[in-house]
Design a protein around this ligand. Structure first.
Ligand SMILES: O=C1CC=C(NS(=O)(=O)c2ccc(-c3ccccc3)cc2)CC1=O
Ligand SMILES: [Zn+2]
Length: 162
């Protein structure tokens, strides 16, 4: 979900950090998947992402379960996999992944790279697309991970930041 649709970041250098990691994947794998999912958007736009190790990062990524201190508790396995806040201060831009899901690098469980790319789209201010080819399509399906962005996704991110 993209809560509190902020419109866009007022800068092109956006910092990101990771708080609580998942127990389903090694830390270095999670770091590389997160970095790659952000890189998808960086390659298609003037945006650059810088890893921050302070909690002041624009985009804070956390793996949490059930009630986790915001108004949108997760729901155990399946159901909602993640949610993101639109651009803004504080919780704005933050992305929460449901720790109850089996996060994977492959085609079993839920592919963290794919879900992260979708949620980062929201964290950058993008809404859903009706085009099943778009990474911003509302429903998850295991899709190709190369050339993940549709031409519509690229157009939309550059409408905001181009
Ligand atoms: O905006 C929404 C609405 C519904 C959501 N449910 S979800 O967490 O199960 C989810 C559904 C689809 C995706 C997804 C869609 C396209 C490509 C990759 C992931 C990610 C999360 C999460 C979300 O971001
Ligand atoms: Zn979404």
């Amino acid at each position: 979900y993209s809560h509190r649709r902020g419109n866009k970041w007022k800068k092109n250098l956006i910092t990101y950090g990771v708080g609580q990691y998942t127990g389903h994947l090694p830390v270095n794998i999670v770091d590389s998947l997160i970095s790659s999912a952000l890189d998808v958007w960086a390659k298609a736009s003037p945006l650059t992402f810088l890893r921050s190790y302070s909690h002041e990062a624009d985009i804070m990524v956390e793996f949490v379960r059930n009630d986790h201190g915001d108004s949108f508790p997760f729901d155990g396995p399946e159901g909602t996999l993640a949610h993101a806040y639109g651009p803004g201060a504080g919780i704005g831009g933050d992305v929460h992944f449901d720790e109850a899901e089996s996060w994977t690098v492959g085609s079993k469980g839920f592919n963290l790279y794919l879900v992260a790319a979708h949620e980062f789209g929201h964290a950058l201010g993008l809404k859903h697309s009706q085009n099943p080819e778009s990474v911003m399509y509302p429903t998850y399906k295991n899709r190709k991970t190369h050339n993940l962005l549709s031409s519509e996704d690229i157009l939309n991110i550059n409408t905001l930041y181009g």
